[in-house]
Write a protein that binds this ligand. Structure first.
Ligand code: BYC
Length: 326
C-alpha cells in the first residue's frame, strides 16, 4: 500500500507535460528526482520501492535467526556479513524512495502497522541450517534475476541503487549455493536436510516474482513506463531456466513432477504455482507474518533510545555550528 504524506495536492497535469514525459521514457532517458513526472508514476514508484526496501529489512529476520547457530566460524562470519548487507540494501532503497517526496518515518510507520507489503517469501520459517543455503541459492538467485533488470529501470535513483545491490547479491547467492553443494555431497542426513529445504522453498521462491501476468494489475503501467522491463511470468521462467541446471549439478531434485525441458521454446516447463497460498501469505496469513511484524515492532521500540540520542547529538552539533558562526 502506498505510504501517505500530508502534502498539498499536486497541480493538474497537462497533456503537453504527459506527452513530453512519455517521449523521454520512449527515448530511454532516466527520470531524476527534480524532473517533472506524472503523479501516478511517482505513486507507483513509491509503492514498489518502499515494498522492496521493507523486503530487504524484513528479509534479515529469517537468516538472522541462524547467526548464533551457524556450524562454523567461517559460516557465522559470512552470514553476519550477508545479513548486514541486506540491511544496507534496505537503506539504499529507502533513500532512493525518499527522493520521491515520502519520508522514511512514514514508510517505516506503514511497515510497522502492517499497512505496507513486503515480499511474501520472508513469511516462511527457517527450520534447519540447510534453509540458509537454500535462501542464498533460490531467494537471492531470484532477487538477482529481478533486480538485474531493475538496474535499468527508468527512475535513476532506483536503477543506480540496484547496481551495487546486485553485486552483493551475487556473493550471497554463491555462498548459499556452496552451502547446498557441501550438504548435497555430505552424509545421508545432510543430503536429506538440503533436499527437505529445497522442497519447502522452491514454490515460495517462484511466488517472489508476483502473480501471473493476467492477474498483475500494476504490470501494464510499470512496463509502459519502463520501470519493469519484463513481465512477472517472463522473469519467473528465466529463474527456472537458470536454476534447474544448478540443481542437477549438485544432484538435488526440484519438487515439481511437471518439470521438463521443452526443446521448441528452450524453456523448462514447470507446474502450477499455488496462487491461493500466495494470496493468503500476501494478505497477512502466512506461517510467519505475525512473528515478522512483531519482531520489527520490538526492534523499533527498543531502538527508540538510539534515535533520541542521534537527534540530541545532531541538535548539539547544529547548536555548536551556529555559535561558531555567530
Ligand atoms: N510478495 O501487480 P503486481 C531480497 C503484490 S529482498 C508480496 O504484479 P508489481 C532479500 C504487489 O505488491 C528483494 N506482495 O505488482 C532480502 C501488488 O500489491 P499492491 C525483494 C506481492 O509491483 C533479504 C499485488 O501483489 N524484491 O532479495 O507490478 C535476504 C499485485 O502484484 C508479491 C523486490 O521487492 C510478493 N512476492 O510486481 C535475502 C523486487 N508479488 O502493491 C534476499 C521489487 C506481488 O498493488 N519489486 N505482490 O497492493 C518488484 O519487482 C515487483 O513489485 C513485483 C510485483 C514483481 C514483486
Amino acid at each position: 500500500m502506498t505510504p501517505t504524506n500530508a502534502a498539498a495536492p499536486p497541480p493538474p497535469e497537462t497533456a503537453e507535460q504527459l506527452a513530453a514525459f512519455e517521449a523521454r521514457i520512449a527515448a530511454g532517458e532516466y527520470i531524476e528526482p527534480k524532473d517533472w513526472m506524472p503523479e501516478r508514476y511517482r505513486k507507483q514508484l513509491i509503492r514498489m520501492m518502499s515494498q522492496h526496501a521493507h523486503s530487504e529489512i524484513v528479509g534479515m529476520l529469517p537468516e538472522g535467526n541462524w547467526i548464533t547457530r551457524a556450524p562454523s566460524l567461517r559460516r557465522k562470519m559470512t552470514l553476519i556479513a550477508k545479513v548486514q548487507d541486506e540491511g544496507g540494501h534496505g537503506h539504499y532503497i529507502y533513500c532512493a524512495t525518499e527522493t520521491l517526496g515520502v519520508s522514511r518515518d512514514q514508510m517505516v510507520a506503514d511497515l510497522l502497522s502492517g499497512k505496507a507489503k513486503y515480499s511474501s517469501i520472508f513469511n516462511y520459517p527457517t527450520l534447519t541450517w540447510a534453509d540458509i543455503g537454500v535462501i542464498g541459492w533460490f531467494v537471492d538467485g531470484a532477487a538477482i534475476v529481478n533486480q538485474t533488470v531493475l538496474a535499468k529501470a527508468s527512475y535513476g535513483p532506483y536503477a543506480r541503487s540496484m547496481i551495487r545491490i546486485c553485486k552483493e547479491e551475487n556473493f550471497h547467492k554463491r555462498q548459499g549455493y556452496e552451502i547446498c553443494a557441501v550438504l548435497a555431497s555430505g552424509t545421508e542426513a545432510q543430503r536429506a536436510m538440503v533436499q527437505d529445504a529445497v522442497n519447502r522453498w522452491w514454490w515460495p521462491s517462484l511466488m517472489m516474482f508476483g502473480p501471473g501476468d493476467a492477474s498483475s494489475p500494476n504490470s501494464e503501467e510499470l512496463l509502459r513506463w519502463k520501470v519493469k522491463r519484463f513481465s512477472n511470468d517472463e522473469l519467473r521462467q528465466r529463474f527456472v531456466n537458470l536454476t534447474v541446471p544448478q540443481a542437477q549439478a549438485i544432484d538435488v531434485a526440484l519438487p515439481d513432477p511437471e518439470l521438463r525441458y521443452d526443446a521448441a521454446s528452450g524453456d523448462w516447463h514447470f507446474g502450477q504455482v499455488d496462487w491461493n497460498e500466495f494470496w493468503q501469505v500476501v494478505k497477512g496469513d502466512g506461517p510467519c507474518n505475525r512473528e515478522r511484524l512483531a519482531a520489527r515492532n520490538k526492534a523499533h521500540d527498543e531502538g527508540a533510545w538510539v534515535r533520541a540520542a542521534a537527534e540530541a547529538y545532531a541538535a548539539r552539533r547544529a547548536g555548536a555550528a551556529a555559535s561558531a558562526a555567530a
